[in-house]
Design a protein. Sequence first.
Length: 441
Amino acid sequence: MKNAIIIIFFLTLNGNLFAHEHGHGTPLKQWELTSTNKTINADFVKYENGQVWLIDGNHTVQTFQISDFSEANQEYIKTKSEFITSLNSNVTIETDSQSVTSFNIGLITLGVFLLLFSVFKLIKQKKTVYVTHGVLGLILILVVSCKNASTTKASTAQVPANNVTLMQSFFEKFDGVTTHTDDNYLYVSSNGLPDHDMMVGITNWQQQVPINQNYTGDNSWAIPTHPKMAENPLSTKTNLLKGAIAVAVNGIPIFNPLNNRGEDANAIGELDNWGGHCGRADDYHYHLPPLHLQDQVGAGNPVAYAVDGFPVYGETTDRLDAYLGKTNADGSYQYHTIKEYPYLIAGMRGEVILDPKTEAPENQVYPQPRTQELRPALRPLRGAEIIDFKSLGENSYALTYRLDSKEYIINYKWDNEDNYTYQFIDPEGTASVETYKPREK
């Protein structure tokens, strides 16, 4: 009886390892609202499209923008939302390693306690009943140790080389996209402009417009043709917020769904109807999986290739791992997409080389093509919504946006000498013109 009381006391002492968060009788979580410099006490309900639902002690539901919260609370909200999503889908989401470690430490401590307690009693009282407790303690220590040893590193099983000819067939379905290879990479060349309209639907706009990019020759996108599984896959939640993580089969790069500030670009209105927008170099890229390309590559074919060499497919009912991928019977690996964040490539499952000039979270995979800023970086135009985008001819476009119920137009074009002309037309019809030429490299 005494032994049982001791063990129960020990488990109570470590109750934080097993207790349900904010269960009956426990206090509500305190939230810091940076927008108002206030704190509220409430439980988390859900996070969707940039909005956060909380319920207070009076069972009143309140909604906030995720940007209203402190950085620590934003991280908590996103992690909690991912966990809830994982419970309602076939997708396995990575658990908090710190929580797992704490739980394991608790088990090991209990095991050591039982083992030492049993040895002490055997010496003092010479009763064999304590052997059972000692064996139990030893088993706990061995089980946790073996579990940790088996999960320290991800599987690095060999995977077959990519079928380069097949890869090329997907990319070369699109006009203006070409490929070439060497012993290590498939290189994808394009002008960085898709064959669909762009920018329409953006409500959080930094005044960039899409222009052509020189993704050719030595400045092409490079995809490994002999991918290797990484021992320590990089989470795209805390890495690779700069540069591309994949290349769509139409030659358009795909960036991390999080922008360089760590925000879900889709949830805060930065993306157009195709899941893309422009960077500071007026370079168009996606932040969401380009599932519309399935119509052109055919059902069951990849819509992109990650920069670690593994293909990216559309949605699936198959069970996915923590990186939103799966291993096939032949040992090959492939990513899939889901409707909610993280959308695609939750972690870089394959080996990649990181640019030594960059640091996490804004590190990027090397090599990456270079882009060149043409116009000075501009600030977000608060309240503006892009409502139209159309081609006016070869290398000539018109973008229309609405601000304060008035419409503004940007007509822009470039010639074969890389002279860029921008015409800005206000609601009264008054026009102003700016011209630019890329700086010498």
